[in-house]
Ligand binder design. Structure first.
Ligand code: NAD
Ligand code: DAU
Length: 349
């Protein structure tokens, strides 16, 4: 199978591509604009793989997307490209409207045209997997979980644009018969995550002896899933999921932010002790994120019972593995801090 993946130079996309190339014989076409979040170094080890092709393109460029479909003739699309960071969406929502809504619209348009032109023997097996977030469901109080039938109630510009893109994807199934499947997943963690997100930010700041900024009182709760488990879930949905359906994906690992940050500090105390004191002493409570959703939790009964997927990586072990990865891949994140991680690909440094 040839799979067109969008956003493959990002955190989840790069882990997904590596997983697909090592666990299957699929061919991958990666369409990525290389925004600040796109990091070619995350896939540097795959650059010579004959089953991997990279196209630096914007999903919002309809002609370019038409060209990609015409040239590469994929059997499936896994759509991950997005502006993904909530804090950035609060400071500057325009890019989120452009990529998450307009970009998804243009990609769907090109995909539907391509699908309609496919020969009758190829069209039925074509799939468009739209990758989305649990944040579209809003915020939970002390109890409950999001299921596939939870009404949408997005709160941030990020989640509102992802909600819009989910609705567009489903509309393209109903109106144009594009074989769409939607997934909504909880917070991912693991290697190659851009250091604006909670876990890499805390690890890297701690190593730099900087304050660890915990929003509010650190009591907000997220449901953490190791990125490889998300990649496994997406492959399972692509292969066996039912067209027109939604699958929630979650880690069954809810933690308060403060507890997770303290766990990271404890792991660092063991693996990379400070000269004096403990990393926890760097924790600083800072003003809360505006509109900060209190709790997310996913009910993943559907994907578990229908597709047999379940997380394979437990939080304690994989958190330790993740901290170790950032300790041993300083060159990967130092290039980001230095601002030359994208220039390297262009041969400018
Ligand atoms: P990321 O920010 O790390 O990566 C996004 C990638 O998309 C980057 O490589 C970027 O260059 C690319 N991109 C952005 N705009 C583009 C455009 N206009 N055209 C082409 N490429 C473009 O994001 P991530 O954390 O890997 O998330 C990937 C997807 O998964 C997103 O759709 C996100 O909403 C969803 N998701 C993320 C999480 C999470 O915890 N990170 C959880 C659930 C769902
Ligand atoms: O739930 C899935 C979503 O998870 C994805 O759709 C998003 O793309 C992804 O960014 C993530 O969103 P969050 O807002 O939950 O992730 P973030 O890493 O930004 O923050 C996690 C929690 O930690 C959140 O409650 C805010 C808090 N936080 C975050 C940062 C960056 C802090 O306390 N301090 C920080 O410096």
């Amino acid at each position: 199978m040839k799979i067109l993946i969008t956003g493959g130079c990002g955190f989840i996309g790069s882990n997904l591509i590596r997983h697909l190339l090592t666990s299957s014989d699929h061919r991958i076409v990666n369409v990525d604009k290389l925004t600040y979040a796109g990091n070619p170094n995350s896939l540097a080890d795959l650059a010579d793989d004959v089953r991997y092709t990279f196209c630096q393109l914007d999903i919002a460029d309809l002609q370019a997307m038409r060209g990609v479909f015409a040239q590469h003739r994929p059997d499936a699309v896994m759509h991950l490209a997005a502006e993904s960071h909530v804090d950035r969406s609060i400071d500057g929502p325009a890019a989120f409207i452009q990529t998450n809504i307009v970009g998804t619209f243009q990609l769907l348009t090109a995909a539907a045209e391509y699908h309609q032109g496919l020969a009758s023997e190829r069209a039925p097996s074509f799939r468009f997997l739209h990758v989305s977030t649990d944040e579209v469901y809003g915020a939970l109080g002390a109890t409950g979980e999001f299921s596939e039938s939870t009404p949408y109630d997005p709160h941030s510009p990020y989640s509102a644009t992802k909600a819009a893109s989910d609705h567009l994807a489903r509309a393209w199934k109903t109106t144009y018969n594009l074989p769409v499947i939607v997934t909504n997943c909880s917070n991912n963690y693991g290697p190659y995550q851009f250091p604006e997100k909670l876990l890499p930010l805390m690890i890297i700041k701690a190593l730099g002896e900087q304050e660890l900024p915990v929003y509010g009182k650190g009591e907000n709760i997220r449901d953490w899933l190791y990125v490889l488990d998300h990649a496994r879930a997406l492959c399972s949905v692509l292969e066996n999921g039912r067209v027109g359906q939604t699958y929630n994906i979650g880690g069954d690992s809810q933690r308060r932010n403060i507890d997770l940050v303290r766990s990271v500090c404890g792991i660092l105390d063991e693996l990379h002790p400070r000269r004096s004191g403990r990393y926890e002493e760097l924790i600083t409570f800072v003003p809360d994120r505006p509109g900060h959703d209190f709790r997310y939790a996913i009910d993943s009964t559907k994907i578990r019972s229908e597709l047999g997927w379940r997380p394979q990586f437990d939080l304690e072990t994989s958190l330790r593995h993740t901290v170790r990865w950032y300790l041993t891949h300083r060159d990967w994140w130092q290039a980001i801090l230095d601002g030359n991680y994208q220039l390297q690909r262009l041969g400018q440094v």
